[in-house]
Design a protein around this ligand. Structure first.
Ligand code: APR
Ligand code: PHB
Length: 389
């Protein structure tokens, strides 16, 4: 088998790249280790930057997103019970859209199926070869039979634990990392959200987030120590803890019910450099991880593949390698700014085991500064709604 671009991974990064290349008439094959049902069963974040929405529109997959997504003109921060709203629309004239990442994935899969493009699910033992020359190959096993896919380029969109980054010789790659000593325990519940917009809450017992998926489905998180296991958290314990960490009004208004999903996600910041090795490119979680506090994971994956698609389209249209040569530096500059914002949001909103009284006063001062300075609020709003692609 032969294709132009072999894409490893059918998460949002791989699927969106496939769609953007399809729009330019460039053929792709996606190889995915899991089944389609498994990929669609993963619950992930749900805030889309305005630039991501515009990109999905350009890719012709924005219809359901506009019908069902909730446009939010702001978010709220709550610090030890004091709540403050950031009005994005007023501050910088931009908005975000609340729409589950799982739905973005489903919309992209549907579009790809409708176009009759090839995605090979349950592709085992995927391995990458000869990407340092001009005839790269990907080998994989499907239903016990070994296959080889010849291609011009390989796009490694296979997430943090994927094979693509692991295929790069260790001395060609530099990595940067922060592991936080806590995770987020999240639950999904079929009850209306506690407020119209998201509430990010700092409390000395730890961070909490009130989010949503629709007017009738809510997503809530509480910060827990990394060592906690989900079995230790009954629904009742979760609700009690969440109520303690938000302000009185939110605690009173909170509508609880049986959880329909409950899981713990660790928090990590990670960046690999560079992101191009000959004819192999890394994009999305394969290239970087952000803690979920800034809601940047999916949005960064989208801006990576927008740049990669542009570079590959330029290569095929003009036989110019300027775009692919500049890919790594171009996306890393935006990635580091999103890393900075996600790290900053994480550090002001969470309780760290080693936060002393001085550190807590500094966190409070950050909140008070954001609350009282239009310049600080605008900077927050600019980053949250997304820096230019
Ligand atoms: N071979 C083939 N596919 C693989 C392999 C492999 N060896 N390893 C991993 N994959 C697949 C995974 O099963 C997954 O479906 O690659 C896909 C990667 O998808 P994501 O993890 O969703 O990563 P990405 O597409 O970069 O999306 C980034 O997802 O994790 C969130 O917060 C993150 O929102 C961000 C977004
Ligand atoms: C979510 O709804 O899952 C969500 C929202 C905002 C975040 C992280 C997660 O910052």
């Amino acid at each position: 088998m032969r294709t132009k671009v072999a894409i490893i991974g059918s998460g949002p990064a791989g699927l969106l790249l496939g769609r953007l290349l399809e729009c330019a008439g460039i053929e792709t094959v996606i190889l995915e280790r899991r089944s389609q049902e498994y990929v669609l069963g993963r619950i992930r974040a749900g805030v889309l930057e305005q630039g991501t929405v515009e990109l999905l529109d350009r890719a012709g997959v924005g219809e359901k997103l506009h019908a069902e997504g909730l446009v939010h003109e702001g978010v709220e921060f709550c610090f030890d019970g004091d709540r403050h709203r950031f009005n994005f629309q007023e501050l910088i004239g931009r908005t975000v859209t609340v729409y589950g990442q799982t739905e973005v994935t489903r919309d992209l899969m549907r579009a790809r199926d409708r176009s009759g493009l090839t995605t090979i699910y349950e592709a085992e033992n995927v391995s990458l070869h000869d990407f340092d020359g001009d005839a790269p190959k990907v080998r994989y096993v499907k239903d016990g039979v070994e296959h080889q896919l010849a291609c011009d380029f390989i796009a490694g969109c296979d997430g943090y634990h994927g094979v693509s980054r692991a295929s790069v010789p260790g001395d060609a790659l530099r990595t940067f990392e922060r592991v936080y000593p806590f995770g987020w325990l999240g639950i999904l519940v079929d009850k209306p959200p506690v407020a119209d917009e998201l509430i990010y809450a700092h409390h000395e017992r730890g961070f909490a987030l009130c989010s949503m998926r629709s007017p009738t489905r809510s997503r809530y998180y509480v910060q827990v120590p990394s060592s906690d296991r989900v079995e230790e958290w009954s629904d009742q314990r979760f609700w009690d803890e969440l109520r303690r960490r938000v302000d009185e009004e939110a605690a009173d208004d909170l509508m609880t019910g049986p959880s329909i999903e409950k899981s713990i996600a660790p928090l990590r910041s990670f960046v690999a450099e560079p992101l191009r090795f000959g004819r192999l490119f890394l994009a999305g979680d394969a290239a970087h991880i952000v803690p979920p506090t800034g809601a940047k994971g999916l949005n960064l994956a989208a801006s990576d593949v927008a740049a990669l698609a542009e570079a590959l389209i330029e290569f095929y249209a003009e036989r110019s390698s300027a775009g692919i040569d500049g890919y790594s530096a171009r996306v890393l500059s935006r990635i580091w700014k999103a890393e900075r914002f996600s790290w900053w949001m994480t550090s002001i909103l969470h309780t760290f085991p080693d936060t002393d009284p001085f550190g807590r006063r500094i966190q409070r001062a950050e909140f008070d500064y954001l609350r009282t300075s239009a310049a600080a609020a605008r900077s927050m709003a600019e980053n949250y709604t997304g820096l230019p692609f």
